[in-house]
Design a protein around this ligand. Sequence first.
Ligand code: DAU
Length: 259
Amino acid sequence: MKGVVLAGGLGSRLHPLTKITNKHLLPVYNEPMVYFPIRTLAEAGIREILLVTGGQNAGDFLRLLGNGESFGLRQLNYAYQVGEGGIADALRLAEPFADGDPICVVLGDNLVEKSIARHVEQFRQRGEGAHILLKEVSDPSRFGVPVFEEGRIVRVEEKPEKPASPYAVIGVYFYDSSVFERISRLRPSGRGELEITELNNSYLAEGKLTHSVLDGWWTDAGTFESLLLATNLVAESVTRKEQEKNESSRRLEAVPIHS
Ligand code: DAU
């Protein structure tokens, strides 16, 4: 399976922070935002990744990430989105890269706490259709929201005023090779974008969309509130990991050496 990170768009909800740089280059605690989705894919065993970006700072990604060696990648590929026609419009550019393989797509402003390796493995074995991940949230109307009937998703609604469930469709998606033909059939939404939610609904209409609920925390970082939340969550994780490391090295030091 190949990986795609989508890091285009205007980041207008973070103005003026994004007036002179791309949202995904902003810091989340101690690292640039784009490190997180790349690491999510790399740590799940995905070694070939395409980063789609746009705007005036595309060259900065190359300077920051190079060929992705520091993430253990075989190669980091790049594509340039002209304009900001939506998430599915950015994904369209991944067609030659995917070259018929299934893909795992991560939105560049999405952070997850735990490994997604289990989902990658399950989709790798299945190889067809699409799979989405859900997380219960307090403010679903900011996101794509699944509508359930008798325990099954019947529709996904993008930013509904009255959410039908407490779940957000998070920005980690699995697609088979029919994804690009499906994108070519999408029409721009009311806000002039090719919506990822409509792409997911096209799989759903054919009974080919499955879902699971994500373990651990998840957040986007595309608004001031969620960027602050992401920063705090990452800071807590980093501190916890450091404490665990210190504790295990203290335990090792305490072990008596027998000669
Ligand atoms: O965070 C999860 C949510 O992301 C989903 O629940 C929604 O269904 C999905 O539409 C999306 O909602 P947002 O309104 O938060 O998406 P946003 O416009 O912030 O775009 C998310 C990422 O997608 C962004 O960080 C970069 C990439 N993107 C976006 C656009 C509009 C592109 O690469 N190109 C684009 O043209």
